[in-house]
Design a protein around this ligand. Structure first.
Ligand code: COA
Length: 190
């Protein structure tokens, strides 16, 4: 143990006082369900990945809007994983929740489950994704979001994992910007 204050990124909100009161994860957790039809297929006859991504963005956007109490835009979508093919006649459930909040942004974690629409077999996980949303004001400028309050051990694990992804996103962006600046200084124009 040291007497050093923990880095802000390692503190779970709810434990810190912010300008806005915190909101529990459960307050905005949302499930969007949709039956897949022939309109949703790719050339192989299974459901197009873009159809799933749209549902993921829709569900995550609803969560971000509910949590932040107003409009929120997708800033990034990463680690979209397709684990199993989705078929016509599958009832797809897209489950989304706020994993982490920054000052004006939120990471929303999404799990995609599928079950046959007319069978009572358990649903299987077919995909997952992490999206960052920025809450925006009427002019489209970022505005502060309430800190999310993780309530369960699973929520706390997701919060901590989201912090790791945030650190990596920022580091990757910084490294790429530094490389571009270095190449520009060396006279490369592409
Ligand atoms: C997202 C957007 C509002 C960010 O605006 P900006 O002027 O760059 O503002 P900032 O740099 O202050 O970023 C705001 C927050 O978003 C986060 N953010 C911005 N770009 C990000 C990215 N690519 N990935 C992850 N987070 C990002 C920042 O870290 C910051 O979070 P914090 O306040 O919690 O630390 C702006 O780029 C935008 O409007 N993009 C278009 C969004 C859109 O139209 N989406 C629909 C998809 S077509």
């Amino acid at each position: 143990m040291t007497d050093q204050a923990p880095a802000p990124e390692s503190v779970i909100p709810g434990e810190i006082a912010g300008d806005l009161p915190g909101k529990p994860t459960a307050a905005s957790r949302t499930t969007l369900s949709h039956i897949m039809t022939h309109n949703d297929t790719n050339l192989l006859g299974t459901v197009h990945g873009g159809v799933i991504m749209k549902l993921v963005d829709d569900a995550a956007g609803a969560v971000a809007g509910r949590h932040s109490g107003g409009p929120a835009v997708t800033a990034s979508m990463d680690e979209m994983a397709f684990l199993e093919p989705v078929r016509v006649g599958d009832l797809v459930h897209v489950k989304a929740q706020v994993n982490w909040t920054g000052r004006t942004s939120m990471e929303v974690g999404v799990r995609v489950l599928a079950e046959r629409w007319n069978e009572s077999a358990p649903a299987t996980q077919v995909g997952s994704a992490y999206l960052v949303f920025a809450a925006v004001d009427a002019d489209g400028k970022p505005r502060p979001v309430p800190p999310v309050i993780p309530e369960t051990e699973r929520d706390r694990r997701r919060y901590q994992e989201a912090q790791i992804r945030r650190t990596h996103r920022l580091a990757r962006r910084r490294e790429i910007m530094e490389l571009r600046e270095k190449r520009a200084a060396e006279g490369y124009s592409d």
